[in-house]
Design a binder for this molecule. Sequence first.
Ligand SMILES: Cc1cc2nc3c(=O)[nH]c(=O)nc-3n(C[C@H](O)[C@H](O)[C@H](O)COP(=O)(O)OP(=O)(O)OC[C@H]3O[C@@H](n4cnc5c(N)ncnc54)[C@H](O)[C@@H]3O)c2cc1C
Length: 453
Amino acid sequence: MKSGYDLIIIGAGPAGLTAAKFAAENGISVAILERKDTIHDILRMCGMMLVTLSGNYMGERLIYNEEKKLICFPHHGFSVKYDGPAKDFYSWEIYSPGGERIKFGDYATNVQKGKSGRATAVYDKSWFLRGLVEECQKLGVKILTGANVIDVRKSGDWVFVYTASGMTLKAPFVIAADGRTSRTARILGMNKNRGFYGTCASWAYEMTNLSLPSPYALIQPLVQSGDPPMLGFIVPRAWNYNGEDLWLVMVSDTNPSNDHEALCDYFVEKSRFAPWFKNAKKIRKLGVCGNMYGPIVHPFKDNVIFAGDAGWCQEAEMSGAVMCGWKAGNTVAFALQEKLYNEEGIKPYLDWWKKYHLDTLDYTVFMKNLAMPILCTDSEIDYIFSKIKETLPTLLDPYEVPRHMGAAMAKIIPAIQAERPELLKKLGGFASMPTEVMLKNTIRAGYNCSFTL
Ligand SMILES: Cc1cc2nc3c(=O)[nH]c(=O)nc-3n(C[C@H](O)[C@H](O)[C@H](O)COP(=O)(O)OP(=O)(O)OC[C@H]3O[C@@H](n4cnc5c(N)ncnc54)[C@H](O)[C@@H]3O)c2cc1C
């Protein structure tokens, strides 16, 4: 087998496969290394929502062209094939521990509107990855599975990539698309200057037979406040199980030492939300655990480019990862064409990263979603939720939701001032609280991996 390529990509998730596809379309030789044996086995839990068909995300607004089987990125000017199952859903509903509800989108009205009323759709990530693999194969990308990358070193004009099974490959450029707990980022010392905000662990069941108030919605119950709080998450799956609707039912918290299976069982069997699951059948168990870092500000070192979750804070989402892959793959092709085997060649990607990640998304907003459940009691959250009666806009952008929640909260300040002045004082205090202070226990409980191997 040949060992020298124009580009080596580590990780065959959405970012890596998209980078491989677009680099190979430009005629360069590409090898992609994936540690899983089967790329489309989804071992790591994912909500599989298209972020997003109902609003902007990272400067893009997706179009899902169902007739032509394409997910389109019109602002960036490219599309990727998707001919798998999809299911629309119509609202995002967040429940307080006592069952008060804040709605992003009115479910009944949006269902009536059909496509124009949907919050977005869910897709099948396994199918999506299979489509990308097929496209890469047609373009001649060398796909190596069961290839666990354990080291990456630059020497002279080459970057050498080493796998656990003893394989060594080399290329002038490497794209690290190895996900949220990127080993490549750790090896190259990229985590040293990133803020560490904790480790989030989740456990889920795929279940049939739920009795939900809004079956085709994203439902997020704050199961319990506290430090850490217990957060629930229910979303329909794009596919059915034995002809029946299927949902992902998940709980998350930020103490990775907790027994998350027990927490999920509590959620579905004993919590106030248990009636939704009274007749439910558990079909499959899933889990995920990952660190919350600040983003890599300069995602390039020793001719290694970071793409997707490997360089972002928490999740780039599938759409963000695909956009990173598209830009990174094209940029490497450009650098090789111009014979710029250095940072100058990669500048278009670095400029793009700054514009669409760092300048567009305030990553701390993601963390601020944790503020209320950590700092308020169950009854305080119930009270606040009960005061927000308006239906908020139908949207799915995780960076927009806190903005609309903030605006809704601002409107109820006079009522809180009159009825619960002590709560208003408390809320005012944590609005200006630094993220590191708010998350101090989360940070302490987490497993920071910022050391260099
Ligand atoms: C609970 C949860 C829910 C989510 N819900 C959604 C959602 O609804 N919609 C959405 O768009 N996004 C969602 N996401 C985020 C989404 O899954 C990611 O943002 C996206 O998959 C990132 O793609 P990626 O290619 O950057 O990384 P990944 O998908 O993580 O792919 C990385 C790949 O690299 C491989 N790899 C890792 N290390 C090595 C190594 N050392 N050697 C070789 N290969 C390696 C991995 O096996 C993997 O295949 C969710 C994430 C979580 C945790």
